[in-house]
Each structure stands twice: as C-alpha cells, then as structure tokens.
Design a protein around this ligand. Sequence first.
Ligand code: PEP
Ligand code: MN
Length: 439
Amino acid sequence: MTNIDGWRSLPAAQQPDWPDTLDAALDRLSSALPLVTPGECELLKQRLAEVSQGRAFLLQGGDCAETFADTTTESVQGKFRTLLQMALVMTFGASIPVIKMGRMAGQFAKPRSSSTETQDGVTLPAYRGDAVNGFGFTEAERAPDPERLIRMHAAAAATVNMLRAESLGGGADLRQAHSWNRDFVASSPVGVRYEALADRIDHSLDFMDACGVDPAALHTTEFFVSHEGLLLDYEDALVRRAPDTGNLYATSAHLLWIGERTRQLDGAHVEFFSRLANPVAVKLGPNVEPDEMLRLMDRLDPDREPGRLTFVARMGVGLVSDRLPVLVEKAAAEGAVASWVCDPMHGNTFQAPSGIKTRSFDDIAEEVTRFFEVHRSIGTHPGGIHLEFTGDNVTECIGGGSDLGFEDLRRSYTSTCDPRLNRTQSLDLAFQVAELMAA
Ligand code: PEP
Ligand code: MN
C-alpha cells in the first residue's frame, strides 16, 4: 500500500536493503498517530514566509544522527536549552524573530558514501542510522531491521512530547535562558568578548520588568521539528490527508529536507516531496548547477508559495563565496520566494591526523560570515543557519570556546556520524552570528 503515488516507480537513492518483514512494519505505521498536525505545518510555512521576506531568521540544529540510546531527558533538554540560548542572543542581535527548529524527533536515518564498511578484513553493511540498523560492527547489528522503524516512531513521539512540554511548560523562560548565557559568558575563555552584548540583554530584560511588561512570549516558545526525509517507506506510511483541504502532509515532522545525495531531479525523493504540502528544504552542495537548482524550484515550489521552499547551502568555507552568488542571483531573477539558509558543517568535514572525522570551529564561523557577505552584496536576506550541535560537553570539533585541539578529540567523541559543536562552541557561534546580524 502507498499513501503517495508516483515515487515507487522511480529510482530511490540511499534506501536500505529491507527484508520482507518491512510491509508488516509499514502497516502498523500507517495507522499510527501523527507526530505533528497540518495546522502546525501551515503555521511553520507562515513563519518561513517571513524568513523568505527578510523579516525572520531560522535557527535549525541538532545531532547529525539521533540515537535510541540518547533519547533521554538530559540529551533532549540539553539540545532544547542550548538552542533557546542561541536564539535569545541572535534575536537580540538581529531584532527580528528567530524561528527555532530542532534537527530532532526523527533524525535517525543517514545517507552513506559507501554502502559497506570494512574493518580488519571484514566487510559488513554500513551503519545507516538507528532507524535502519545498529552501530555495532557485527553481522546481526548491521542487518536492516524494519522493527526499528516502529522504535523510531516511538522515540520521535517521546522526543516531540518532551519538546512541547519544555516549550509551553516553563522550560522556555527567557530570564532563565539569559542566566545560562551569563554563566557561559562568565565561565568560558571566550565569554569576556560577549560581556557587553550580555549586559545589553540584561538591561532590556530589566527595563521590561520595570515597565511591568510580561507577555507569554517571555515564558513560552514555538518550537518546530525537522529531519532529512530519507527513508521514503517510513515517510510515506506517516502521510495523512488534511480533512478540510484534502492536502497530503508528512506527519513525521513539520519540515523535511532532501539531502545532497538524494536530490536527483528524476529520483523518488523529489517526486515524493513534490506531493507534500509541508514546508520542505533541499541541501545544495558546491557542485549544484544553477539550472539544476531552478528545476528543483519548479518541481518543489511550482506556485512560488512563500514559506514552502528553503535552500540549505552547504558549500564549504573555501567555495561559498565563489559558488553561492550565482545561485542566489539566478533564483531571485526567476522570482524565487525560497529562503536561503547556511549549513556551515557539511562542506567543512576533514580527517584529523588520527583519522577521526572532525570540523574546525573557525571554518564553520567563517563560512557563516561569508554567507552573510554574499547576501549583503546581492541585497538578499541571509535567512538562517543549520547546525550539527549538542548540549553535551563533547569533543568532536576543534577550536572555539574552550579551544579544543586534535588531541582532545578522543576524550568525548560520542557522535555515531558527523562531529557536532558542543554547548560552548554553539554559544560561541551564536554570539558571533548575533554580532554579524547586528552589523
Ligand atoms: C546531514 O545533514 O547530516 C547530511 C548528510 O547532509 P548533506 O545531505 O548536506 O550531506
Ligand atoms: Mn551530518
């Protein structure tokens, strides 16, 4: 059975080699409760329409790959709080709303550059995320198991539930978030740089207090969830029709994006996404041709609906100034209403001398700076940033905050996929972006 027609007859990149038990799992998911509603997806579309018109900024982030083991209070709360802290300084810097969106509650599946992995002469299927198989290097762990799709839905539901509780039940208090930022400024080696900005936020909050201004917006927040819509069987099983409009919505997340490896114009992902009413995003790497981008726009946003389409540019620090301008200019010339968001992570991955995957904080910050420069020179809006980060004190990226070096990487590297910014590095970046926005 299928909820969306058309895509099943097209080539779908990066799909696991599922066993026959897949159908039974999909049957169960087809009657599972949705994680988000069409009304929420439409609200996000309105918010992203503001981004596309230069009146809001998107802050999207979370793990490269969520895991079932890390679906814990500490992990979810840590990411939520860090994102909130980042959004607070960025809102202050930009004086426009910052839309908060987790790479959370569904980011359990990964595209891989190779479908196998070899260790000590043994070759097994590559790890494709907890939604598909296990990280452990054994035949049993690495076998794709459809039961994991059910677990993914449950883990995502629990995560989204916690995020809603945090957003509305007192976990999103701006005074609280600001006091955590004060702790960062006081305790991190780079904090002193940001003292003046933190002081100004203090004064603004005091001023509002003194005036008796205490709107709900200071205690609660909107929070949206997103992930790469990679596993089309899973996404299809969770598609539901809105009774009032008849439109089809992916109900696994408010926003889904198509990754750099699955955005083929004649492929199943683009076809599948073209039928959804959700806001959608597409990653664009340095080798995308301007015409390819325009055709993606025609396929995914033929009506030029504000808020529908977001382009996430992941060019790398060395290429962004060269490759991004022509894309932004051509899109604008074609009447694009797409938003532009910068992913400064995926074009800046390299191997440390030990062979471990890492990224440099300075490269990441510099790509964001150049992204802003490109948009400012063209007169378009730098619409947001897309990050891989965690609230935990991991050591996966070098530089930033506490100035981690290559030798620190082995200390606390817990990502099962790409290296993330830790909490200090994330806040360091947020203060830098706030300065860029205020400039
Ligand atoms: C990712 O976001 O983790 C990812 C795989 O990105 P990209 O599709 O841009 O390579
Ligand atoms: Mn990644």
